[in-house]
Design a protein around this ligand. Structure first.
Ligand code: ADP
Length: 228
């Protein structure tokens, strides 16, 4: 699904955030992206989402170079990618149902489809009884579930979660990671950038470790060695 060939990203200030990364992520993968703060995890995600363009090298999404998506075509690429953030980014004045439904609305889906799809996805994330609540009435874990529901409601083939448990307690963090794994088992490719080494170690999924913008480790059923 994603192929990166010798990808580097050098920002205008000269910082080399990603340095000669070659990485292949097949459809159906569940991948943890780990590494210390500043290692380049967010930048790598942004290169896939085409929020940043590579300075060198190629990023392919479903065999198409993401740099080829120009102007109005960029949303077509992004429709394939559900984003989940550490700080949730829910719309504060919309309830859970409308936060999730909004994703469908902006892609031109009608009310009937919204009324059908949103309850199903809220059930999947365990929020079926919270659809009328507003973000500030929810716990952190519930807000993250709403954010995940919003990311998956239009069935994108890829989810990228950037530090999804950064603001959550350990037990809730595990629940959120299990939910992401469930979504992966239903066929969605999932990339999780995280510092949560204990969860990474226990889940035994593919681990790609970045250090100073380079891939220093790529292991199937890997662990997150805190010392590296
Ligand atoms: P991580 O997500 O692993 O914490 P980032 O990808 O956010 O790492 O950052 C990698 C490096 O790139 C850091 O040194 C950071 O300061 C730098 N960086 C990130 N975004 C920008 C930007 N827009 N302009 C300049 N430097 C940036």
């Amino acid at each position: 699904m994603i192929q990166m060939y010798n990808v580097s990203k050098i920002f205008d200030n000269g910082v080399k955030a990603v340095n000669d990364v070659t990485l292949h992520i097949p459809k159906g993968d569940f991948l943890f992206l780990v590494g210390p703060s500043g290692a380049g995890k967010s930048t790598l995600s942004k290169l896939i989402f085409r929020e940043e363009l590579a300075t060198r090298g190629k990023v392919l999404f479903n065999k198409k170079n993401v740099a080829r998506y120009k102007g109005k075509e960029v949303p077509l690429l992004r429709r394939n990618i559900g984003m989940v953030f550490q700080d949730f980014r829910l719309l504060p004045k919309k309830n859970v149902f409308d936060n999730v439904g909004f994703t469908l609305q902006v892609t031109g889906k009608g009310r009937r489809e919204i009324k059908k799809s949103v309850p199903a996805v809220l059930k999947m994330v365990g929020l079926e009884n919270k659809s009328e609540m507003f973000p500030k009435q929810l716990s952190g874990g519930e807000q993250q579930r709403a954010c995940i529901a919003r990311a998956i409601v239009n069935r994108p083939p890829l989810i990228i979660a950037d530090e999804p448990t950064g603001n959550l307690d350990p037990v809730t963090s595990r629940d959120i990671m299990s939910l992401l794994l469930d979504i992966n088992r239903r066929g969605t490719t999932v990339i999780v950038a995280t510092h949560a080494w204990d969860i990474v170690n226990s889940m035994r999924q593919r681990v790609v470790a970045l250090s100073a913008g380079q891939v220093v480790r790529d292991e199937e059923k890997g662990a997150y060695d805190r010392c590296r």
